[in-house]
Design a binder for this molecule. Structure first.
Ligand SMILES: *Cc1c(COP(=O)(O)O)cnc(C)c1O
Length: 436
């Protein structure tokens, strides 16, 4: 299968090029040239399949130029944790996506992408440098995903003094091929350094660079796997499925839409947003108006200009009416989110994180508006509540257990390399690594 740029459909590239470059030079985003269809037999027996088995089948549809046994290996390593559905009522279930090493759904994308990149790098005989500017969570999922992956070094740039303690520990205590640079500046400085490096021809002639941000197609593909798996787990009670996705950059939602386009029977997706409601407003008015980001308690969804909107536009060929047939969107403020965490605990003795709580609110609102007994609702819980301990414990009395895999980071010693915000210094550092 080939991949095209949303800015120029005619120009197609291989999966290898799409994955290693991350983004087309024309500023668009890569999309698969078609949505491969899954056979009827797959859906007939899906309830007997594990997440890994489903992932292998789906991945092989997109990665048809990679040997089948290699894809099996990539999935075995990358998707080595579960994504269980828990049912609370006829209309409310949760799909838990936080069982990976960094306790957030971004583990799916990061782990899969890292192994796919490693496979492609192997054939070049070179070392690949993955540059990531992070203000927190993306960096830890990427660092963990690439940890000890051969022939790849990850250079993480984070703003000194501007990430939380637990986030900083997750970024700086891994060692091995994960190199944390503590930048004397803010997040924008980190981004500027990375962006400058990508367009620096001299540097790019010396070392092979790529980015691991959320627009890489290799992060999107694995984000379709668990939608099939949710259906597999709910199939016997389902009726028509409604899936609510807590959304920021819309990458998770796009993964779901891809699953639907491949044949997954989903009646409706809900894009649940916090008050950064650019996408909600678009579906309402037909006008896409990016805005400055507003800080909320569901901070991984604080996005004023969602990058995957471009992909959704491409899928629906710029027709807001067609998009509305598949997607509904609601936005909720922090007060409602806090109330939802308290309410859900009260009702089901289950602790939501702020992102999952927004997803729950979206599902609940849709179900109230559509009193249809044939609907089965599921929302995605994208992070473990322990990652947002202070917020959650302010409304839930029960003491939250911190999972071991989070705790172990706190005990380790921080090891970062301090750098200035000057591009010259950053470049020199990168070149010195290559010659080491
Ligand atoms: C990144 C993230 C989201 C938003 O996902 P998008 O793909 O950007 O829409 C939601 N919840 C959590 C916990 C996240 O880390």
């Amino acid at each position: 299968m080939k991949f095209y740029s949303t800015k120029e459909r005619a120009k197609k590239v291989s999966l290898k090029e799409a994955v290693l470059t991350g983004m087309p030079e024309d500023g668009g985003l890569y999309m698969p040239e078609e949505f491969p269809q899954l056979e009827k037999d797959f859906f007939d027996k899906i309830e007997n399949l594990s997440l890994k088995q489903i992932a292998k089948t789906v991945a092989k549809k997109f990665l048809d130029d990679i040997p089948s046994n290699i894809i099996d290996e990539i999935i075995e390593e990358a998707i080595n944790f579960d994504a269980p559905v828990k049912v609370f009522s006829q209309q409310i279930a949760v799909l838990e996506l936080f069982h990976g090493p960094t306790l957030a759904f971004k583990d799916f994308g990061a782990r899969f992408m890292s192994r796919l990149m490693a496979y492609f790098v192997r054939s070049t005989g070179k070392k690949l440098y993955v540059l990531v500017a992070t203000s927190g969570d993306t960096g830890s999922a990427v660092a963990s995903g690439f940890y000890r992956v051969p022939d790849i070094n990850v250079v993480l740039l984070y703003p000194s003094g501007k990430v939380s303690t637990i986030q900083e520990k997750q970024l700086t205590t891994m060692g091995s091929n994960i190199i944390p640079l503590e930048v004397d500046g803010n997040f924008d400085d980190c981004q500027r350094l990375v962006k400058t490096a990508f367009v620096d021809r001299d540097l790019n002639s010396k070392i092979m660079l790529t980015s691991a941000n959320s627009i890489n197609i290799a992060r999107l593909i694995p984000q379709s796997f668990y939608y099939f798996y949710a259906y597999a787990q709910l199939k016997k009670r389902s009726k028509a499925l409604v899936i609510s996705v807590p959304s920021g950059n819309l990458g998770n939602l796009t993964g779901g839409i891809i699953a639907k386009k491949m044949g997954l029977p989903v009646s409706r997706f809900i894009a649940a947003t916090n008050i950064n409601s650019t996408f909600t407003d678009y579906l309402e008015t037909g006008q896409f108006k990016p805005r400055a980001t507003i800080k909320t308690i569901s901070n991984a969804m604080d996005v004023g200009n969602p990058s995957n909107f471009e992909r959704l536009q491409d899928i629906y060929q710029h027709s807001v009416d067609d998009m509305r047939k598949d997607i509904k969107s609601f936005s909720f403020d922090d007060k409602r989110t806090m109330e939802a965490i308290a309410e859900f605990y009260e009702k089901y003795k289950y602790i939501l994180d702020p992102h999952g709580a927004v997803g729950y609110l979206g599902l609940k609102k849709f179900m109230e508006e559509n009193r249809d007994k044939n609907l089965t609702g599921v929302f995605l819980e994208t992070a473990h509540p322990a990652k947002f301990l202070d917020t959650v414990q302010s409304v839930v009395e029960e003491k939250l257990e911190i999972p071991e895999r989070l705790k172990k980071f706190l005990e380790r010693e921080k090891k970062s390399i301090k750098v200035s915000r000057e591009y010259r210094d950053f470049k020199e550092f990168l070149i010195s690594m290559e010659t080491k």
